[in-house]
Design a protein around this ligand. Structure first.
Ligand SMILES: NC(=O)c1ccc[n+]([C@@H]2O[C@H](COP(=O)([O-])OP(=O)(O)OC[C@H]3O[C@@H](n4cnc5c(N)ncnc54)[C@H](O)[C@@H]3O)[C@@H](O)[C@H]2O)c1
Length: 348
């Protein structure tokens, strides 16, 4: 079978990780970045003869490509995905799918019009304890789920934001829930269900004048299926990432998946069942020794793309699911803005 050919837009930190994984399962045909220095470094690293500093040029000239991988800043995902779909390419888009709900709708519509596949990167779904938890829920071993608690306590220091031209900005980053924790919100949706109501409080404690939004938040949740929950999150945990965990309390069991990256089964007490023999998870994505991100399962993401395009699989995270995460985050920020405006009007 002929190898699938990929084009990569955005050769920054995660873009280079994509390049490595693409080469394992397919052909990296062309890359693009508007930053000439990064482009030339990536060109060398990827051993390519052609590289583009303009997405339109790549999309016009590289007719042979099958899939475009979008690794540009959050606020550009929709524009770059739609352009690629319009030109007849399949798209793999990094998380978050976009930072506006309506843009996600446009991306889904464009994929339908073009009859092309749209994949969203949510590699935490492949973390071994998360796979096991999903199975336990699917087999109804926990019975009725009562409540869920999501904790995301990470550290992103000033240098992390100051060394980037988009992280921390409303326009291209969108908010801490988009860049740091959209994987975790996706898991709430995937494991528990869709969310009806959110009651948030957000604050910026340690990054004032550094980022244009919150560095901490607490959110109470009510799911459509009656489950209640909380999200506690921050990027101001002292010095380093502390925890990324999800705890489920149910009729027939309590399970906590934790570690800093949802990579460890911290606790289980399930009626007549034990989760065991979990495969060793991969480490977290390392970014030049400066900070760590989510678990590094991009190999699984690319295996899924290849399987689906060879008619052997179902998209691991599709556009509709990508939209749901963006919608939940949008609900949280919209309610926060409303509460902040109300308290201002009331002089609180
Ligand atoms: N799945 C994950 O675990 C994970 C981890 C890190 C980042 N991400 C996501 O990946 C995306 C990139 O993040 P990053 O940390 O690699 O950022 P980055 O700043 O290191 O890289 C982004 C790159 O895009 C380039 N770029 C900007 N505008 C462009 C344009 N118009 N055309 C072409 N290139 C352009 C920049 O020059 C830069 O090299 C973000 O959406 C982020 O949320 C996902």
């Amino acid at each position: 079978m002929e190898k699938i050919k990929f084009g990569l837009i955005g050769c920054g930190r995660i873009g280079l990780r994509h390049a490595v994984e693409i080469k394992k399962v397919g052909v990296l045909q062309a890359i693009c970045d508007i930053n000439k220095e990064r482009l030339s470094l990536a060109k060398k690293e990827c051993e390519l003869s052609t590289a583009y500093d303009n997405i339109d040029e790549l999309l016009d000239k590289e007719k042979d490509i099958d899939v475009i991988s979008i690794c540009t800043p959050n606020g550009l995902h929709a524009e770059h995905s739609i352009k690629s779909l319009k030109k007849g390419f399949h798209v793999l888009c990094e998380k978050p799918m976009a930072i506006k709900v309506e843009d996600c709708g446009k991306m889904i519509n464009e994929a339908e019009h073009a009859n092309k596949r749209l994949f969203i990167v949510k590699q935490n779904r492949f973390n071994p304890p998360i796979v096991a938890l999903k199975q336990v829920i699917a087999e109804n071993r926990l019975g009725r789920i009562f409540s869920v608690q999501l904790n995301c306590f990470w550290n992103r220091n000033n240098n992390y934001y100051q060394s980037s031209d988009w992280k921390g900005t409303k326009k291209l980053d969108g908010g801490t829930l988009f860049t740091q924790f959209s994987h975790f919100i996706d898991l709430l949706y995937w494991l528990i269900g869709d969310i009806r109501n959110v009651y948030p409080i957000i604050k910026n404690y340690a990054h004032e004048n550094i980022i244009e939004f919150e560095d901490a938040g607490v959110v109470t949740l009510e799911f459509y299926n009656g489950v209640i929950g909380t999200i506690n999150y921050n990027v101001n945990s002292y010095q380093k990432n502390f925890e990324g965990s999800i705890t489920i309390f149910a009729e027939k069991g309590t399970v906590k998946v934790g570690g800093p990256y949802l990579n460890k089964l911290d606790y289980q007490c399930i009626d007549n069942y034990v989760i065991e023999d979990l495969p060793e998870g991969k480490g977290a994505n390392e970014y030049g020794g400066q900070y760590q991100g989510s678990m590094s399962n991009h190999d699984e993401v690319y295996k899924n793309v290849v399987d689906v395009l060879n008619n052997k699989g179902v998209i691991a995270t599709n556009g509709y699911e990508g939209l749901k995460t963006v919608e939940i985050i949008d609900k949280i920020y919209a309610k926060s803005r409303y509460l902040i405006d109300s308290s201002r009007i009331l002089g609180l």
